[in-house]
Design a protein around this ligand. Sequence first.
Ligand code: LLP
Length: 417
Amino acid sequence: MSDGGPAVRRLADWNRERLLSLADEFGSPLYVTDLQRVRENCARLLSAFPDAHVSYAVKAHAGRAVLETVRETDIDAECASAGEVERALAAGFPGDRIRYTAVNPPAADLDHVVERWEENPELTITVGATDTIDRLRERGFDGRLCLRANPGIGAGHHEKVRTGAHAKFGIPIDRVSDLAAGVRDEFDLVGVHAHAGSGISGDDLSAHRELVRRMGDLARSVGDLEFVAVGGGFGVPYREDEPALDLATVADATREALGGTDAQLAIEPGRYVVADAGVLLSRVNTVKAVPETTVVGIDAGMTSLLRPAMYDAYHAISNLSRPDTETVPTIVAGPVCETSDVFADGRPLSRPERGDLLALGNAGAYGYEMASTYNSRPRPAEVVLDGDEFRLARRRETLDDVTSLERTASEHPHTDQ
Ligand code: LLP
């Protein structure tokens, strides 16, 4: 297998003319996802972890074209909801390539996934609470079960994405061995699982190593397991000068920390697969010079890309319409009536003018997936590229879509029965 191309793909590596013409054709805001880059990222993961079982965390980008592209590699699907399981099945993943990780699962999710399991008995369900085991039992599930541990170690780019030590996730690690022994007769106990958090950089490697070490100990103490899953979370560089995470170093550290076990190492990256395969294109609506800066109002907002508002996340921005002009300090803001609807403050940009097209980098992961219709704003369209080809993968939402769920009193009169 090839090494999958360069470890980093920055905004400047995209074909500017092509992005400009896509926005002319499909309008803005527009997500553009490059499937060839998804393939390269998958190939790099598979070559760094040749002995591991690799699943793609569907939550990062659940679009069908991305899922089909991942399915064609040796990477399976890790799903966080019944909806994601549906999308993985629809994209052609067979049941034995789907792992469903139940996080405080609503009853309807369990009903649905257990129904799917009946048709696909090789589907694996990961649970993070003994309660969930009871609820699966009530539904007749006795298939492939994995226990999610709370390892007591969190890591990641922001407090809000550090999962490993938060009580919401997983069963306290010191209780997992006993639980495993207790459920073995009833279920096909295949694995143990933990996830530290998301966006782990080289600086967090010691936390990752410690989590893997604890999971290795757990796998040895439980014994007779098919796999030991140590989560996803591999970070990608968002800032232009940030170095890429060296996957070979992560892989070596992981193997060493895991120690000897018959259980296969399993990883489930999401961001790493899709982040730099996507950009968000957005048109400048207004340019307002104020004494201290220039406020650049664009047609994408926190409803299209939530990460800056939610995590103060940095996304590179470039003015595709004016690549060579000198820069001015700007505030880049969206059209939503919220102070946090700001993508950047103090960012140098090539003298933006009304109608210019901006690109926001690394928008492939947790971009469209976290979009909303707040302020009654339709969600963007998405175009996928594959070599010389491109096509619309998700149409733009319309104002009709925004109102279409509502029912009037005359259509659905209130009754007490
Ligand atoms: N496995 C589990 C159990 C997870 O909860 C997650 C992410 C992953 C794998 C994949 O993590 P990744 O490789 O993508 O870092 N919306 C946030 C990220 C939230 C991640 C939640 N769980 C963001 O935009 O940074």
